[in-house]
Design a binder for this molecule. Sequence first.
Ligand code: NAD
Length: 368
Amino acid sequence: MIKVKKRKILLLPGDGIGPEVITEVKKIISWFNDKKSLDFEIDQELVGGCSYDKHGTPITDEVFYKALESEVIMLGAVGGPTWDNLEFSKKPERALLKLRKELKLFANLRPAICFKQLVDASTLKPEVVSGLDIMIVRELTGGIYFGEPRGIKPIENGERKGINTHTYTTSEITRVARIAFDLARKRSNKVTSCEKSNVMEAGQLWKEEVQELQEKEYKDVELSHMLADNCAMQLLRNPKQFDVIVTDNLFGDMLSDQASMLTGSLGLLPSASLGAKNKDGEMRAMYEPIHGSAPDIAGQGIANPIASILSFAMALRYSLDLDKEADILEKAVQDVLNDGLRTKDIMSEGMKETSTSAMGDAIISKLQ
Ligand code: NAD
């Protein structure tokens, strides 16, 4: 049974630019504590390469148990060339995989938002992406990446056969679909469910179960079904037709990467991985920017903290039920961009270049 103490936030800055961007998140959490009297309890621990350097493991048992007891985990990023040659079990990324697996974070939420101020960063025409705001919900712990049987085996004539199995059960489908429907209710009330029901039985089951759930519990949410290959095409043709897209692990892997690139900059995009709610309605969740540890710019004070700050806005909205505070924070980010403030990665002519910490400070000044 999940035992989560309310409002406990565990910061895991990690490696490279992780600590730089999480420092800005910490400033914002402290602002909410001081100015809005929110009683967030913050703890901070090592994870990834820095944990390996100190403890010989990418995540210690102590940190793992702290994560189990936290309602919200805010991760920076892990990894870097220093640790590239470690054996598999010691690699920084193992910490993330362990957290995702053991905390049973089965739903990955990746918004693709194209700020109108940054529309030129996209490779698509401005009118196609300007103001884009979609959410991809990817199933994260099932499907072909985990299905059995799997492996490579010898067959006749000296040939070999590679096997992976695409499987989904009713409960695996409905728990992630429920997250998509609940999210849609907080947004534009529209869900598009993607599968390949034309050629895969598991896809057919996916479609039927999502449809049945909508008819039973979410009649107020508009649901449409789309084949995943068509969805890939529609994301490029007319991405603004979507609100929430829900799909399986394999298709979600690809569609979420495709959608994130519609918006142009890695330094801006947040993500959330959510687990199941317990009977008290409490849920485990991990929030992180989609970018990595960016070793090429680490230590220079130029990393863009917006992806991490927007990840915290997601935590306010989806874990802490503080929608109003999430709105305020997202608006502060917009206001700062409107003022022409830019970190180096999103800098363009006529704008004002700023550092990581000055960007965090500017967002806080807009919160005031
Ligand atoms: P990366 O996302 O770290 O960097 C790609 C490029 O984008 C770099 O040029 C970097 O400078 C830039 N960039 C990324 N985030 C930025 C930000 N916030 N502000 C400004 N510029 C930013 O991807 P990579 O270079 O492929 O990976 C570097 C390391 O990060 C690797 O060790 C990789 O394994 C790890 N990684 C970790 C995670 C994670 O922790 N979730 C995710 C991806 C990669």
